[in-house]
Design a protein around this ligand. Sequence first.
Ligand code: NAD
Length: 267
Amino acid sequence: MESFDGRTVVITGGGSGIGRGTALAFAREGANVVVADRDGERVAAVADEVQATGVGALGVVTDVGRDDDMAALRDATLERFGRVDVVMNNVGIITIGRPETIPLDEWRHAIEVNLLSLVRSLHLFLPLLLEQGEGHVVNTASTAGLFAYSYERLPYTATKSAVVGVSESLALYLRPQGIGVSVLCPGPVSTNIAGDIRFHDEVPINAPAGLQLMEPEPVGELVVDAVRTNRFLVLTHPEVHDVLVRRAADPEQFVADQIASLAPLQP
Ligand code: NAD
């Protein structure tokens, strides 16, 4: 997609962090932005920021875990802007606990919010993009979906791995039909996500080794660039590429190295 002037971009989880950073990056390029988030105050604040750049802004309070909210998001977007060009499925939540303690209901909740939200979005927005014969889908996964650096967030790892797999398969389906697909796999980014973590027991928290915390605004710029150039894999930390090469070259050694880098389980 060469120009974003007058295009319409829908971003779930757009009220904070990476979603907000991406909303503002697209707005600076002239796109109208629909900010969808379950937090009404954040929706209003980011929609105001988008509008201040001079483009059209629409805030829609949306829980991506609810079918009716997602349908209302599509309807409100079409009513206001008449079309959809870019859909960014960006909501993700983290549940922390040992593999043997995270309750099944927490798994269900994570799958609902992190994965089935994407399915809902596909059902609602893909027919519009296919009808147009152009558009772009951006799915936010994580480095957690590319390689294992922890064991204490299995529902997150499972759903983010699934988002990577679904995105890659979607690219096979959609690219030949003129629709781009990107999967964003951030390393550590300074956002509000930690405040929403659901903890189930006391367990050390592990992070991908050697990756510096970055700000959400440059992540938004990376997303805009990926849509512009129709790039599939979007890494916020280029060194993740080397990690993936090491993993592919020697999976046994990779697992051993990852174990060696974990925080001690017993204090
Ligand atoms: P954030 O908490 O700053 O923003 C996420 C937004 O999603 C929040 O405004 C929250 O209100 C909203 N949200 C949560 N549940 C929702 C729901 N059910 N319906 C609608 N909105 C909901 O977090 P972030 O770090 O910007 O996260 C964005 C995405 O980036 C997530 O998918 C996350 O997994 C991914 N990610 C983040 C990091 C990181 O280090 N921050 C790293 C890798 C991947």
